[in-house]
Design a protein. Sequence first.
Length: 348
Amino acid sequence: MTVANTEKLLNQILSILTPRQREVIERRYGLRDGKAITLAELGKTHNITRERVRQIEAGATKDLRGFIKSGILNDFLKTVNEHVKNMGGARREALLLVDLQLLLGEKPSPIFDNQVKFLLEMAGCPKYHSENDKFYSYWYQEESEDKKIVSFIAKLIKYMKTKKEKVLSHTSIDKVFSEAIKPHNLKDLVALNFISLSKDFHINSFGDFGLSDWSEVNPKTIRDWAYMVLKKEKKPLHFAEIAKSIENYKKSARSINPQTVHNELIKDGKFVLVGRGIYGLQELGFTPGTAKEVMMRILKDNGPLKPKELMEFVLKERVFKKNTIFINLQNKKHFNRLDDGRYAVNLA
């Protein structure tokens, strides 16, 4: 179906209306320019009451629904319903409009979106689920399918909450799905489609999947974003590099101030300053402390070590210059050089 055919179909339907009815419908649903206006705005334009506009609209929609029963929309509705059925019986409104642009050979535009929504509303099939605090607006075919979707979402949320640690240990949505959706006997495409209806789930820039209120998956603050970047990079980064990475992954027009990142990280214990302006995550093995404190801890944990061995241990968790390590070793107050060339903590 081409753009012209779609417009022709709409014009055929609207042709049964009086000029005033048609104008009210076209402007109320944004069928002319993509901008829908209110009853009050229409009333002001025609110098009639808001209630009178509502009556005109109600009469027009009644006539249109009666006309549609003649079958004029059958081909259009067949295309829509077959696609919705293939997606499991429901489709998020925003995604359905994109799908139909391709299926009907349309160009994306607010006018096209409003035309499709108007035709579906007049036809009454598929049915419409309005947006609320839990779900985006979507179209669905049967009440039984709608209940199935709500049940699936509720069970998946429960699974995610009880398996949070396991879920977050995965690197992609594919690995999560293999276990999470198996009990529901749904194809991956259908399960993903159902999930897209819910506001409780989120897929981030890295492809990680989880609940929307998990900062590890859906970061909201600079600190959250910095944590996610460092966890993905698995290595320490300078706060300026972290700021740049946040900009890239966040895809925001606003630039991230490196100093803001530094100020946020320096006051949070899970971030470790491992070098000059360089931060790592404590959970990845990086520990706080001065060069002397790190060296003393390593020697206590591992026993006497040769300078090269000690340096390798230190550099795995901190970004120190080699000279800094050697200079600290010369401090006899804290370190003893043994006869075999190894160093130990001075316990005296």
